[in-house]
Write a protein that binds this ligand. Structure first.
Ligand code: ZN
Length: 148
């Protein structure tokens, strides 16, 4: 499914995921991709327009968990618009377009997923969960704390 180098990057994130955990006082959103068994609890802190902290607890296939690890590394410190722009590039890659390697970093390792449409939701699970959290955050009745 993947070239060796990409396989190594994916397995490295799968075995040693970044940003695992739950942040006190954060927005927390659960999501899953049932047909593969992927699950996530995403914990997000937004300060103004900036994503300050993202952590996750997850289980599932290597693509979903590695993608979560990569995403949490990539989006920290970005504005919500920048997060949207990055996801757009990621999705284009998953639909077979040539990736923007500078912007995507380790996420380029997931480009082989584009040949397996049934696995695309594994790679996008974390992102979709993040956007659910950001949509919640923008509601006025939600506290949307920056989590210190
Ligand atoms: Zn999966």
């Amino acid at each position: 499914m993947f070239a060796d180098l990409y396989q190594q990057i994916i397995l490295e994130h799968y075995r040693h995921p970044q940003n695992v955990g739950v942040v006190d006082g954060s927005l927390q959103v659960r999501n899953e991709h049932p047909s593969c068994g992927d699950k996530v609890l995403l914990s997000v802190c937004v300060d103004g327009d900036t994503v300050r902290e993202v952590r996750f607890l997850g289980e599932g296939c290597s693509i979903s968990q590695a993608s979560l690890s990569m995403m949490t590394e990539a989006v920290k410190g970005l504005s919500v618009d920048e997060v949207r722009g990055l996801y757009e590039k990621f999705r284009e890659m998953l639909h077979g377009h040539e990736p923007d390697e500078d912007a995507l970093g380790d996420m380029v390792s997931l480009q082989g997923v584009s040949r397996f449409p049934a696995r695309v939701p594994c790679a996008t699970l974390g992102w979709e969960t993040l956007f659910r959290a950001l949509a919640l955050e923008s509601h006025e009745d939600n506290p949307g704390q920056p989590c210190e």
